[in-house]
Design a protein around this ligand. Structure first.
Ligand code: CP
Ligand code: NVA
Length: 315
């Protein structure tokens, strides 16, 4: 049994395999082949403690198209909301479902669920990691730029973002060059950074941190951002906006400093237009790939689900 929690336990070959499978599922669906049976007779619980559009929608459609049965719960609708323990919930749901996918506030709650579940637990975002997004993003990078290794991604904004953490884990395993432009008080977490730096030793990845967004974007192939105020951090909103805005906003003026003509702009979404990114950047059809990036969550959800749960071995 395999959980899908942080990607730290996936090899670079496995990560690239998930990217390749995402591409296969995408081209199959483009050819009109929507229905598969790789998750036939499998029932999958989806538990959401926080809002979601892309993750919830893409996983539900992916499971349905793979022949499985998704059942979605809001955390508070379950007895969890009235104090039943995570351990007991995991033990019980394991008796009905073939997998549990959960979006939680605290990553420790997910670890607790995995500890007591007898079926795979998949992370649909926690305060620490968003591994499904990272797989999908590597797929988008491969699709748009033709390769992943050696590609330079400039992440602008919140150095503590869960999305960035997962990009650091996955990207460092497959040899990307990631430069993070963030304020000192929101620098990447030291535990994530040391993991990424240790993976980089094998892959040749480069990880850099600067406070200067202009320096970060100058020779980047990808400019990536996430919200300044992630879910669960609303109490820090005022403080965060003061630190991030406007210096770390991705604006047209900032992107003009990028020397690569064919750079792409990425955002995991949802975007808070006017905060971390301006409309002109989001809607720039030459560079912004944000909606293809969102679509790719569907194809990579299929890749992740079949890899972790599927019985049939791919060719
Ligand atoms: N990118 C992402 O996970 O979006 P949702 O919060 O809408 O699921
Ligand atoms: N960092 C964001 C990502 C949303 C997909 C959050 O956690 O709210």
């Amino acid at each position: 049994m395999r959980h899908f929690l942080t990607l730290t336990d996936f090899t670079s070959e496995e990560i690239l395999r998930l990217v390749e499978l995402s591409a296969k599922f995408k081209s199959k669906r483009k050819m009109g082949n929507r229905v598969d049976h790789m998750l036939k007779d499998k029932s999958i619980a989806l538990i959401f403690q926080k809002p979601s559009t892309r993750t919830r929608a893409s996983l539900s459609v992916a499971i349905k198209e793979l022949g499985g049965f998704p059942v979605t719960f809001n955390w508070n609708e379950l007895q969890l909301g009235r104090g039943e323990s995570i351990a007991d919930t995991a033990r019980v749901l394991s008796r009905y479902f073939d997998a549990i996918i959960a979006r939680v506030y605290s990553h420790n709650d997910l670890l607790e669920m995995a500890r007591y579940s007898s079926v795979p637990v998949l992370n649909a975002l926690s305060d620490m990691f968003h591994p499904m997004q990272a797989i999908s993003d590597l797929f988008t990078i491969k699709e748009k730029l033709g390769r992943i290794k050696g590609i330079k991604l400039a992440f602008i904004g919140d150095g503590t973002s869960n999305v960035l953490n997962s990009l650091l884990i996955a990207g460092s395993k497959v040899g990307m060059h990631i430069v993070i432009a963030c304020p000192k008080e929101y620098s990447p977490r030291s535990n994530v950074l040391s993991l990424a730096r240790s993976f980089a030793q094998n892959s040749g990845a480069i990880i850099e941190i600067t406070e200067d967004p202009v320096k970060a974007v100058r020779t980047a192939d990808i400019i990536y951002t996430d919200v300044f105020v992630s879910m669960g951090f609303e109490a820090e909103r005022e403080k965060r906006l003061k630190v991030f805005y406007p210096k770390y906003s991705v604006t047209k003026a900032l992107l003009e400093k990028c020397e690569k003509k064919d750079y792409i702009f990425m955002h995991c979404l949802p975007a808070h237009r006017g905060e971390e990114v301006e409309d002109e950047v989001m809607d720039d059809i030459k560079h912004s790939v944000v909606f293809d990036q969102a679509e790719n969550r569907l194809h990579s959800s299929k890749a992740i689900l079949t890899y972790v749960l599927g019985d049939r071995v791919w060719d």
